[in-house]
Design a protein. Sequence first.
Lengths: 365, 321
Amino acid sequence: MDRMPGWADAVLVPLISLLLAAILSALVILAIGENPIDALQLMVEGTLMRSAGWGYMLYYATNFMFTGLAVAVAFHARLFNIGGEGQAMIGGLGVALVCLYIPFPHWTLALLGATAGAIVFGAAWALIPAYLQAKRGSHIVITTIMFNFIAAALLNYVLVNLLKPVGAMDPASATFPATTHLPSFQDMFATADTPLFRGSPANVSFFLALAACVVVWLLIWRTRLGYEIRSQGFSESAAKYAGISPVRVIVIAMLISGGLAGMMAINTTQGEAERLILNMTEGAGFIGIAVALMGRNHPFGIFLAAMLFGFLYQGGAELALWTNIPRELITVIQALVILFTGALDNMVRMPLERVFLGLRRRDAR
Amino acid sequence: MDFLTLIQVLDSTVRLATPLLLACLAGLFSERSGIIDIGLEGKMLAAAFFSAAIAYVSGSVWMGLLAGIAASMAFSFIHGLASITFRGNQLISGVALNFLASGVTVLIAQDWFGQGGRTPSLLAGGRFEPITLPFAEALRDVPVLGPLYYELISGHTILVYVAFLMVPLTWWVLFQTRFGLRLRAVGEAPEAVDTAGVSVVGLRFAAIVIAGVLCGLAGSYLSTGLQAGFVREMTAGRGYIALAALIFAKWRPWYALWACLLFGLLQAVALRYQNIDLGAFVIPVQVMDALPYILTVVILAGFVGRAIPPRAGGEPYVKER
């Protein structure tokens, strides 16, 4: 077989791609007259050396796990869902409606209700693009991009015209009732003597994200549906021949994807802001693409990639605070990661394959 | 609505349709050759920044224009490297380039000018001035035709006229020249083009270079024609609207003109009226914002005529061995 070993494909290629992205990012920092080593040190100190930094990092990572899983599930069916951003926005609407209009006695019930709201609304927003792709062959990438913009306009309309409390200025809903408050890490882990995670937004939905990773792993590799999704991804004609309906698989995979993207709203809307705000997604829907690509569409990889991006996000905020490096540096890093792990994959893979083939030939001799 | 208001709305439509049209034609060349380009937005943004920045530093808008085109072409080249040379995923490459532009422009703007990710306002000489066509002043007072000529047709910057001239030029290049025939062929059946002994890679690179130039013009117009300077995210989704217009136009140049004018009109109306009161009910401004995207989805769904993209679009060409 003219192929390189599995471990090299799964670990070495993404690592080298990541390294290339890191080197270019360092060059960018150098170009704007800052020291990359100092910058990294500042990021590590601001994120990993204090518990509030961890609190922010895990908060961001929660978002990225949900959106990364959303992109990955669709990728397994060979669908590129760029609509995570829009699905998360509408998921946020679901969370807000549930939290505002259903009187919950306790946060555990509120969490269940909000999860259901997020999944139903997020999935519903993915339904039309999924249906159009499955039935009418409209390209899912284009339709989901369009649905992102439509979602933004819809959210804007709902907030300004319907949900905004009378007399309020900023386009945001009323604050949710206190019983829907999710315990933050500070509530859970800080005691009077050890003030851990002070003021940081990480909350119980982090564990929900971890659970989602496990569930997605089970779904993709341990269930019949997961098998069907992967078959569809490998070869639609083969899957069809095996009696798997492409329409059904495309729609279900996109519904799961939309539901997962919607779930990130639990973290930002119910967990952090405790009201629905206009910019509730914070671009996390798009970062899901980078996270899924880097994590090789595997939940464990996605967990690691989400943590890395959580670190970059919090570290980027520290840099913006203490140096002249704007937060947009993180957007550049994100772009480079997507470019190298997604689009320029072959640039790393081809030479690496050649190296491995060369080694094998020498062994054979 | 009186006549003068109508003229003003149409005038604003022409202005707002110009960047859409240039970007849409860029996408047309690229996608006709089989390279899907969702990085139009990023290329425009990069061009907008470098045009404004260089025009400010050098004081010459023409230097700015060149810099904008160069920046856009650099992005095109990365896209070509990823999607043609290394046969990567064209969609992912486009997404990456959009993020790269969005980050890099603010990063460099902050480093060079320190004004929170924008360029200083451009003074005269640093931006394109409106051109008054011959006899416009003289004919101004002629009823109906006078204002039409003076307000609507005359008084735009050079790039507006260039954009509109690009439509027949694009049609001519694509449908009347050998190069155009080959370019369209490479987007439908690259294996046939390859068999005929014409370089698939060469043609596709040529197409994305043209796309780079057109996106450069579009971005440059945004920051040196439509507005006087660069602000962060100033493309504001225009690249995606251009993409929508391209689908709406079914990948044809003349249809692209009408699609872009329609979407430009929607933007102009949304800009001028906010919420539209029709007496019985009010159309909120958000509906106008979302309408281009909704229309595109309807077209994509195939309910109003079918939009069939070039057959080989999005697939890297691998020569059989």
